[in-house]
Design a protein around this ligand. Structure first.
Ligand SMILES: *Cc1c(COP(=O)(O)O)cnc(C)c1O
Length: 357
């Protein structure tokens, strides 16, 4: 399928951010958008890149009533050599399709989506920020657009990709966060939609996050929905714990988002000859280890922050300091290594980086 391109006219072009060092996250989008439509019986059609625009959808569009939606989050990086790179982007479109299956949304052609993304970035390449730590955030989204009230899968969909420059996640070094172990609310139950990147999961997480914020915490650490016993993940990150010489993360049991950063970390930790376990980890084991000094590090992983060290864990009203409240050695090594691959500052031994322009 050929991707039609309509370029923005000079008067449609937006001003670019004046000061890249002050970029935030998720508020600025480029001059173009990639779109593609779906109709039952016809499949996906009309892939196109057009000037960035509002969407026009019927107020009865099913996504607005029944939440039939899936999305992705990835980045393009301005390399040291001036080129633009993606990091494991195909994995994001594969995951988008897995999420889509769970939400009864028709799958997209991942190669076509990759092609659309590459062309979109090339057209808007002047928007890729160059200040260290900044990047171009990429948000693919599929929404159910059929105007119909009544719960069933929609017969029409819209797939689109928007992109925009984002700031360095860490402006003054990697600051360890304080996390709150949530033992009242849950994020996702077995058999639910926890392993899909779909809007409803995030809407359902807001109240717990707000209450934790009021108490002075940055993130909520979710426990499993059945027993409130095993650690699952935090906010929009997977969690890793280092207990003695074992690096532990929760297994992909269906209620956890299969993070691509998580997968990269597992790969590297194994590659470095360390003991890497994907296993159930009870919060009591974490707390015991924190008390005895066996808990060496804890950190979250995700596209936005790469590695987010945890400096303090609060469970049942008691706070436990982790790694002296500082960034641990493994956290730092993983961060440095992944970022160096993403920004083409070193060889990529894993074949994760792709030059697109
Ligand atoms: C996106 C996301 C992650 C991290 O996934 P990455 O592919 O590493 O960015 C982890 N948990 C949740 C709930 C997420 O939405």
């Amino acid at each position: 399928m050929e991707i039609k391109i309509e370029r923005a006219r000079a008067e449609q072009l937006k001003p670019k951010p004046a000061d890249e060092s002050r970029l935030g996250f998720g508020d600025i989008f480029t001059d173009h958008i990639f779109l593609m439509d779906y109709e039952k019986g016809k499949g996906w059609f009309s892939p196109r890149i057009v000037p960035y625009t509002n969407l026009s959808i019927d107020p009865a569009a099913m996504v607005l009533h029944y939440g039939q939606e899936v999305f992705e989050g990835l980045k393009a990086y301005g390399g040291k050599d001036g080129a633009i790179y993606l990091f494991r982007a195909r994995e994001n479109f594969k995951r988008l399709n897995r999420s889509a299956r769970r939400l009864c949304i028709p799958e997209i052609d991942a190669e076509l989506a990759m092609d659309g993304l590459r062309q979109l970035i090339v057209i808007d390449r002047e928007w890729v920020p160059r200040t260290p730590g900044t990047s171009l955030y990429i948000r693919p989204n599929i929404i159910a657009t059929e105007p119909h009230l009544g719960v069933r899968p929609s017969n029409t969909y819209l797939f689109y990709i928007i992109i925009g420059p984002v700031g360095a996640y860490y402006k003054e070094g990697l600051n360890p966060v304080k996390i709150y172990v949530e033992d009242k609310y849950i994020r996702a139950a077995p058999g639910g939609t926890g392993e899909a990147k779909t809007a409803g999961n995030y809407a359902a997480s807001l109240l717990a996050a707000e209450e934790a914020k009021e108490k002075g915490f940055t993130q909520v650490l979710w426990l499993d929905a059945v027993e409130r016993k095993y650690v699952e993940e935090v906010g929009t990150m997977n969690m890793f714990f280092v207990i003695q010489d074992e690096v532990i993360t929760a297994p992909l049991s269906g209620s956890i988002l299969p993070g691509i950063t998580r997968d990269s970390v597992i790969h590297m930790v194994k590659d470095w000859g360390m003991k890497m376990s994907e296993r159930s980890l009870a919060i009591d084991e974490v707390i015991d280890a924190a008390q005895s000094g066996a808990l060496k590090e804890a950190f979250g992983t995700g596209t936005a922050a790469v590695i987010s060290p945890v400096g303090e864990i609060t469970y049942k009203g008691k706070a436990y300091v982790v790694a002296g409240g500082k960034m641990g050695e493994l956290s730092q090594r993983l961060y440095n290594e992944i970022v160096a691959i993403q920004y083409a500052q070193k060889e990529d031994p894993y074949g994760w980086r792709e030059k697109i322009a």
